[in-house]
Ligand binder design. Structure first.
Ligand SMILES: O=C(O)CCC(=O)C(=O)O
Length: 255
């Protein structure tokens, strides 16, 4: 994913986020805590969908609707990790808040997320950032995240930002609100072959995304579910999307 940075190097994180619209931080969260959250989710999903080894996977697992699982202590500890709070607070220069709602996904075989920016789903603060968290090893073929570096501000993306990027769509973050499904359509829209960046993600990695940067995921062509979560963050004092009623902030004893 190239744009690879140490989470402690704030100047570097800030400048890469500004220039590329995203920053990739390898091994940022404790792997054992991420694994615990993953085990908890898989155990719960298997109770609901008994899966035969090697057998077909249900297409619509609907984990995004299981906010009870996202809120479970083992999972929330990772999705709202104190290291994320601390980094985002330093990055945004003030206390931060995050919606209670989590875009927690279990993505089955043949499924993917189309090209989009996050700004169309959640509005309020111009400084909103997404933190994408793969839960467990997520190679490209299992549906890894892909990002178009610079698409948040390069001139050739300006028209897309002015039209699609300034629109408002449903807040669910699933099918509605995609710019397109096929990256070839994006090539046509900007008049050149667009560069995508990705990697094989490991437990503990995170990607921070500017709310305007275009991204998508690869299709999961494996028989394993891809489990990941997108979480949103913004300065506490900024306007909040009125459609989201519950926001969390860090308590001093969690720092
Ligand atoms: O994980 C996914 O399928 C989509 C991720 C995403 O679009 C995001 O983090 O904003």
């Amino acid at each position: 994913m190239a744009n690879f940075c140490d989470g402690d190097d704030l100047a570097n994180v800030t400048s890469r986020l500004d220039s590329d619209g995203y920053v990739f931080i390898r091994n940022f969260l404790p792997q054992d805590e991420v694994q615990e959250a993953l085990d908890f989710l898989v155990e719960n999903l298997c109770q609901r969908f008994p899966l035969a080894p090697g057998g077909p996977m249900p297409k619509n697992i609907g984990l995004i609707r299981r906010q009870d699982l996202a809120a479970a202590e083992t999972v929330r500890r990772v999705l709202e990790h104190h290291k994320i709070y601390n980094l985002l607070r330093r990055l945004l220069g003030q206390e931060v808040v995050t919606p209670e709602f989590k875009w927690l996904r279990a993505v089955g075989t043949g499924q993917f997320t189309g090209v989009h920016s996050d700004r169309v789903f959640l509005q309020g603060s111009d400084r909103m950032l997404t933190v994408w968290i793969p839960l467990g090893y997520t190679p490209l073929e299992q549906g890894a995240l892909l990002v178009v570096p610079g698409s948040h501000k390069l001139p050739e993306f300006q028209e897309i930002q002015r039209t699609y990027g300034s629109s408002q769509v449903g807040a669910d973050g699933t099918q509605s609100g995609w710019l397109c499904e096929d990256p070839g359509q994006l090539d046509k829209a900007v008049g050149r072959k667009v560069v995508w960046r990705t990697t094989h993600f490991c437990s503990g990695d995170i990607v921070i995304l500017d709310s305007r940067v275009l991204h998508m995921t690869a299709t999961n062509t494996t028989k394993e579910m891809r489990i990941s979560c997108d979480t949103r963050w913004q300065p506490r004092g900024d306007r909040r999307d009125p459609r989201v009623s519950n926001w969390h902030q860090q308590f001093p004893d969690e720092e």
